[in-house]
Ligand binder design. Structure first.
Ligand code: GLP
Length: 241
């Protein structure tokens, strides 16, 4: 595990973006799995800036996304479809055919999971970008998810619903279910970059760095991976000293 501590959020975002750009320059058709949430937002801004300076080409990359709410419209501002298009895809030259997003409107969520898992099997992920939840969740793999889990429907924990409710009009509007790539699927990626920013992530990061893998904190599963880079904003990193 390589830990990069940064002194502010801008630096975290730049370091993450530079790592992504390096990987794309080595492999233009990189298969990359993106994350949503506030943490990777600055990384997307940096990637867009670099693209506008013509220093990175996204035309051949193949994208996946970690997770998606179930039962909301794609055009809902809280869908991850909306987040990715609004904050990233609409501003770069990614080929729309190479975007693989989970369908929040699916009528057959089990089939959607199987299809997604099959797509990933056919085009294994080279680079996985992850954020982390306050309770240690990765994607929407809530505490006690199996470390071998695959893409599946998950019931969101009360804690996650409460925390994510700030983005919705009220807590009743937060979907109770989501689809997430599994922890096993995450661990099959060739390289993982985990981003953590903010004091409220410090407990989860401390467990990742200092304790054995434990299902009560899903992010600790990443200790099993031999190509993991953790980029921390100092507030989340302070606890490692
Ligand atoms: C959400 C997402 C995760 C994300 C996490 C942290 O629930 N499903 O993929 O990593 O929470 O989000 P944030 O970066 O906003 O703290």
């Amino acid at each position: 595990m390589l830990i990069i501590e940064t002194s502010n959020y801008t630096e975290l975002s730049k370091r993450a973006a530079n790592l992504v750009i390096d990987e794309i320059s080595k492999k233009p058709n990189l298969r990359i799995c993106f994350a949503t949430g506030k943490t990777p937002f600055g990384m997307y801004e940096e990637l867009i800036k670099t693209y506008k300076k013509k220093k990175v080409d996204f035309s051949k990359i193949i994208s996946f996304n970690l997770d998606e709410y179930l039962g909301i419209k794609k055009e809902n501002k809280n869908s991850y479809f909306y987040y990715m298009h609004e904050n990233f895809f609409n501003h770069i030259n990614i080929n729309k055919k190479n975007i693989n997003l989970l369908d929040s409107e699916t009528k057959d969520s089990k089939k959607e999971c199987l299809l997604y898992e099959r797509k990933i099997k056919e085009k294994p992920i080279d680079l996985m970008i992850l954020g982390v939840g306050v309770n240690g969740h990765i994607g929407f793999n809530e505490p006690f998810s199996s470390f071998n889990s695959k893409t599946r429907v998950i019931e969101l924990s009360d804690e996650t619903i409460k925390r994510n409710s700030k983005y919705f009009r009220n807590i009743q509007n937060v979907p109770k279910k989501a689809i997430t790539i599994g922890i096993g699927t995450v661990l099959n990626s060739k390289k993982i970059i985990l981003l953590a920013s903010g004091k409220d992530k410090s407990e989860a990061i401390k467990k990742l760095i200092k304790t054995k893998p434990d299902k009560s904190c899903p992010v600790t599963a990443l200790r099993k991976h031999d190509n993991l880079i953790v980029i921390l904003h100092k507030e989340a990193g302070r606890i490692i000293r």
